[in-house]
Design a protein around this ligand. Structure first.
Ligand SMILES: Cc1cc2nc3c(=O)[nH]c(=O)nc-3n(C[C@H](O)[C@H](O)[C@H](O)COP(=O)(O)O)c2cc1C
Length: 200
């Protein structure tokens, strides 16, 4: 079936799903603001519980006043390659909201799930627009809360490096070795009919 960058699918799907991957080689070019906002536009239309839309994005474009603050949140390893991204975005999610007719906030149980859906939309739109994305989960969340002035009631999900993809050989040798699309489990390992019958 479809094969992109040695990714083989068991069923026919739109190639965009296997064409997306998380490279570390970025060119260091800045991203045009309207292009960046087209990614947020895609994220905007993600589904969410009760249409609560709990995702929030805080961005810093390369060379802007906020760039070093966001880049500085990533750990040393991630900073080695993320420093060449065109923008870094923090994805946070709202953990509770006040429902219609109520005065006390109730928890948004699916805030991370919904934020994840928005992240995927953003990543796929980026690919469509000729950009690459790479999620970063290893960063200092306490520092992020302080640096980005994130109030209580919001969960810090991930940072996202976005940019134009560069050639693999622009990376340091150790990162070059990891610069390739990853495979996936077979469908039978994570899809079951009727009940939980996985061998975990
Ligand atoms: C929530 C999350 C956190 C991640 N954190 C990091 C990270 O800190 N550093 C990194 O290099 N990649 C990180 N990644 C990228 C994953 O390693 C990558 O998505 C995974 O290996 C699948 O590969 P692919 O995105 O190329 O298909 C993260 C991805 C996600 C979704």
């Amino acid at each position: 079936m479809s094969d992109s960058n040695q990714r083989i699918t068991e069923y026919d799907i739109n190639p965009i799903f296997i064409q997306r991957w998380s490279p570390r080689a970025f060119t260091g070019e800045a991203i045009d603001e309207s292009l960046l906002f087209s990614l947020f536009e895609a994220a905007r239309w993600a589904p969410s519980a009760n249409n609560s839309q709990p995702w929030r994005f805080i961005y810093a474009k390369r060379d802007s006043a906020h760039w070093h603050a966001l880049l500085g949140l990533t750990n040393e390893n991630n900073q080695r390659w993320a420093a060449k991204a065109g923008a870094i975005v923090a994805l946070i999610s709202k953990t509770s909201h006040i429902r219609n007719g109520e005065t006390e906030p109730s928890p948004l149980r699916n805030h991370s799930l919904d934020a994840g859906a928005a992240w995927t939309s953003l990543a796929l739109q980026a690919l469509y627009a000729g950009l690459a994305t790479h999620a970063i989960g290893s960063f200092d969340r306490e520092k992020a809360r302080e640096v980005l002035s994130i109030p209580e009631g919001f969960h810090i999900e991930i940072l996202i490096a976005i940019g134009k993809q560069a050639e693999r050989d622009s990376l340091p040798a150790d990162l070059q070795a990891r610069e390739q699309p990853t495979p996936r489990q077979s469908l039978s390992q994570f899809v079951a009919e009727g009940s939980f019958s996985f061998r975990e």
